[in-house]
Ligand binder design. Sequence first.
Ligand code: PLP
Length: 226
Amino acid sequence: MEVDAELRARYEGVVSSIDAAAQNAGRSREDLTLIVVTKFHPASLVRELHSLGVQHIGENRHQDAEPKAGELVDLPLTWHFVGQLQSNKARAVTEYCRVIHSLDRSSLLRALDRAEAPVEVFLEVNLTDDPGRGGAEPAQLPDLAERVLASDHLTLRGVMAVAPRDEEPRRAFARLREHSEVVRRIAPEAVEISAGMSGDFADAIAEGATHLRIGTAITGNRPSDR
Ligand SMILES: *Cc1c(COP(=O)(O)O)cnc(C)c1O
């Protein structure tokens, strides 16, 4: 399939920046999973990304993601839900997303568990002082981790966060790493860290991120950011 030359160049540029950041951090490239966040972009762009070798796609709105995933069922892609998720959409999202990065409260946990589909989850942590932002308060992590462990359908992969806007990202990701250690004391297999976006993935890699969620640096500007 024909791939847009600029898309290819941006993708290759990001991949080599990831390689360089991994090397600087003394980490193995195999430990890093690149999720390309394609929100607001059409299914055709996801198809182009797949032909470049992308296997993991991230979306943040169910009403946009569901038809896109439906159009692309012929591709062996893993879909990741990275946005805030309402409990009443939990079941529908698990029908096409294998991984949910935004589990941040017990009501959502119960809804995902009731869906009875096997789902892998990250506990999203709020790294800001603003309780209105997405993510659980760090103090809630042990309880959430225990509840995921007690569920039959959910597998705990680790922790997730978005760096606050008003802080050096590396410092915020260092705190995320500490939160990861707290969760691992309860769930030793939950070793993954979902962190790093277009502007801060090198900092995230330096602080142990395993799952990078990168949008615009690869896709270009979003058609209509809402
Ligand atoms: C949009 C989004 C991303 C990707 O952001 P970019 O800055 O475009 O790389 C990553 N994570 C979440 C939760 C997002 O909503």
